[in-house]
Ligand binder design. Sequence first.
Ligand code: 6PG
Length: 484
Amino acid sequence: MKDLADIGLIGLAVMGENLVLNMESKGFTVAVFNRSTEKVDKFIEGRGAGKKFIGTHSIEELVGALETPRKVMMLVKAGDPVDHFIDQIIPHLEPGDIIIDGGNSYYEDTIRRTKYVESKGFKFIGTGVSGGEIGALRGPSMMPGGSKEAWPEVKEIFQAISAKVDGGVPCCDWVGADGAGHYVKMIHNGIEYGDMQIINEAYQFMKDVLKMSYDEMHATFKKWNEEELDSYLIEITADIMAYKDTDGEPMVEKILDTAGQKGTGKWTGIDAMHLGVPLTLIAESVFSRFLSAQKDLRVEASKVFKPTEVKFDGDKAKMLDDLKMALYGAKIISYAQGYNLLMEASKAYNWELNYGDIALMWRGGCIIRSAFLGDIKKAFDKSPGLPHLLLDSFFKEKVEAAQQGWRNVCATAVMNGIPVPTISSALCYFDGFKTERLPANLLQAQRDYFGAHTYERIDKPRGEFFHTNWTGEGADTVSTAYNS
Ligand code: 6PG
């Protein structure tokens, strides 16, 4: 074992432990530190025993145990703990040393921290790490951004420990300046929320409309995982359907129907609002979690309102095929919207994101990994300037082919009182997206009617604004025509 470590890690919770074991298994020597130092000793004597680890009991000792340029990675709770450790690490660094934040930090914090650490003469990386505890151990997807000069220093370690696809391509590459890595991880999580919610809606539809048993649902998800929907989340859903509690009943039936969240999906929705991007599917999936959490209110309402009688006597196999198409169509919309947001963010925050590379980083290791991301990569390889995923010929054809079944599922769900907020709002988005003339002409008229907010005319150049005195009582003064 070398005297000095290749990298140091702060935070020996489950992700941290697994990530350092992954690093060590790839030949790196790792120094480790944890705020409660008993954890360090426990790790060194336990899972880390006989391996290339240096256990340390203070930040000073951790930094002192590293080869230069020093790389100190934190896997601690997002928020104040990150700032706290940065301030503790900085006094022990020398110019050129690198601080890495591998938690789910908010990208604006990462922008601020990059500036701060660089102002002190050091480098900063904020990296998304996805894949849960197993991913951390066997190969996560990694999305690093921050001080670009730091990338060559960490590239070897990051790409060695990351997941690989297509015979060895690492699911890790440089994303962009300051908060770009954490932003891309945030979008990943938003898409994760969306993917989970569309699967949840399909589950309720199978259970309550098609009256399928857990064994049937298990078989269906398993089959879907071998087709277009092939993905980690469909795979684990198939497993969950088959998992029985000790009494032989499906485990999932015993779980309270109130969803938790740590906030990354909400951040995605908020940023879409800031940037004016119609990110309807992810937003609906966040709202669905909120509605699920209002359990007491729902219980109350379920007593007040008679349940809608479910009547389905159609062809079950055909409806299941339609349901698969509904999921596939909604998934295409979700990724198209997510990429739309990435494109707007890239412009707004000056990141020059590479959309094909991002699809590749998500192709393996992470929670949203799927065959589908390979198709997205191909779309951007074919046309790097593609303005919207739905305009790619492959996705255009697929979404059109999904339409009929998808509409059928939405109509059946609505008629039977089964909530499908993401699957149906995705269809509404699609219908809006391909509509040349939306009713916003009326909306502009209404705004102008009550507030003199002005409008543009179809027979005049864009950028010229008009006002009508709709009632004959208003004045000619117009409100300023700024747009939020
Ligand atoms: C990942 C996950 C992970 C996140 C959970 C929790 O990529 O490995 O996204 O980063 O912690 O998914 O998310 P919620 O608690 O918000 O559902």
